[in-house]
Design a binder for this molecule. Structure first.
Ligand code: R5P
Length: 303
C-alpha cells in the first residue's frame, strides 16, 4: 500500500469515514499530551516513500489543532513520507486573510507559511471564505465545496416554487448565486450587515429582495456564534418569510451558539461534517450532511 491516512485529534470521525471510503484504515499515530499541554507526536508506521494524508480541521481550539497538525506534518516528513497531502476541511483563521485595520497581522498568511515550511505538499479544504485564499499558498490548493450537497438536499426537502435563497451578508453573494444556479436560478435575497470590527458584534442589517410568503433558506459558509443566522432569521420573519431554514458548511459552533439557534426562529439548521460536532454541541434542530465522498473523490483523483 503506497498511501497512508492519519487523523489529528480534531477530526477522528471524519478521517475514519474518509479512510473507509478510500478502502483504507487509519494509520497509527501516537499523540501524547504532556502535563503542561505540549504534545509529542510519533508516527507508528513505516511511511518511507509513501503518499501520506492527514485529516485535521482547525476547529475549536484552533491554535491547539493547528499546532498538532504542524507537528504531525513534521513527523511524517522526518519519517520519509514522499508527499504530505493535508485535508483541513475547515481552515481556521481564514477570515483573517487580509488587513482590516492598521496594525493587524495577516494571520492566514502565517498559517500558510508554517504549513508549507513544515512540509505540506497539497491542501484540500472546503468552502473557503474567499475564493482568493488559495493564492496565499505556494502549494496546490483543492477548494472543495458542500454547496452541491446542500442544493441536492434543498431539492429533496422543498418545493422550489416555495423558497427563496438568502445570503446573510454581502460577502456571501458569490455563494448564493452558485446555489441559485444549481437550483434552476431560483430567486435570492441578500442581507447587508455591518459588524463592529473591534468586537465582531453586528450593528445593523438590511434586506435586499422579496421574501414575503416564502420559505427562506439562508446559506452561509460557517456558523460561529450563530449571531448572523439568528439575526438574519429575525429580519426575514419581520419581512414576511413563512419559515427560515439555515444551511452552513462549517459547524464551528462557538460558545452558546447551539442554544441560541435552538431558541431562534430558525426551523432547521443543516451543516456539513467538515467539523466533528462534539456531543455537547448537538441540539435538536441540527442536521448533519456528509462531505466524505467529495473529499475521498478529490484525494483519489490526486493520488
Ligand atoms: C462572515 O463573513 C461569515 O460568512 C459568517 O457569516 C460569520 O463568520 C458567521 O459568524 P457568526 O455565527 O459568529 O455570526
Amino acid at each position: 500500500m503506497r498511501m497512508s491516512i492519519f487523523s489529528g485529534s480534531a477530526s477522528k470521525e471524519l478521517a475514519g469515514k474518509i479512510a473507509k471510503d478510500l478502502g483504507l484504515e487509519l494509520s497509527p499515530v501516537e499523540i501524547f499530551v504532556f502535563p503542561d499541554g505540549e504534545k509529542r507526536i510519533r508516527i507508528k508506521e513505516n511511511v518511507v516513500g509513501k503518499d501520506c494524508i492527514i485529516v485535521q480541521s482547525a476547529s475549536i481550539p484552533p491554535d491547539e489543532n493547528y499546532m498538532e497538525l504542524f507537528i504531525m506534518i513534521d513527523a511524517l516528513k522526518r519519517s520519509g513520507a514522499k508527499s504530505i497531502r493535508t485535508v483541513i476541511p475547515y481552515l481556521g483563521y481564514q477570515r483573517q486573510d487580509h488587513i482590516f485595520r492598521d496594525g493587524e497581522a495577516v494571520s492566514l498568511e502565517v498559517i500558510a507559511e508554517i504549513l508549507t515550511r513544515v512540509g505540506m505538499t497539497e491542501l484540500f479544504s472546503f468552502d473557503l471564505h474567499s475564493p482568493k485564499i488559495p493564492d496565499i499558498f505556494s502549494v496546490p490548493v483543492h477548494h472543495l465545496s458542500a454547496l452541491p450537497i446542500f442544493a441536492e438536499k434543498i431539492k429533496q426537502d422543498f418545493n422550489l416554487q416555495e423558497i427563496v435563497l438568502v445570503s446573510p451578508d454581502m460577502g456571501g453573494i458569490r455563494r448564493i448565486k452558485e446555489v441559485a444556479e444549481m437550483l434552476n436560478n431560483i430567486p435570492f435575497a441578500t442581507i447587508e450587515k455591518n459588524r463592529d470590527l473591534a468586537s465582531g458584534k453586528i450593528n445593523d442589517a438590511n434586506l435586499n429582495g422579496d421574501v414575503r410568503g416564502k420559505i427562506a433558506i439562508i446559506v452561509d459558509d460557517m456558523i460561529s456564534t450563530g449571531q448572523t443566522m439568528a439575526e438574519a432569521a429575525e429580519l426575514l420573519l419581520e419581512n414576511g418569510a413563512t419559515k427560515m431554514v439555515a444551511f452552513a458548511t462549517h459547524a464551528v459552533l462557538a460558545k452558546d451558539s447551539g442554544k441560541l439557534l435552538q431558541h431562534s426562529s430558525i426551523e432547521r439548521v443543516v451543516v456539513s461534517d467538515t467539523i466533528d460536532v462534539p456531543a455537547y454541541n448537538l441540539f435538536p434542530k441540527l442536521e448533519i450532511v456528509s462531505i466524505v465522498e467529495v473529499a475521498a473523490k478529490a484525494l483519489e483523483v490526486g493520488s
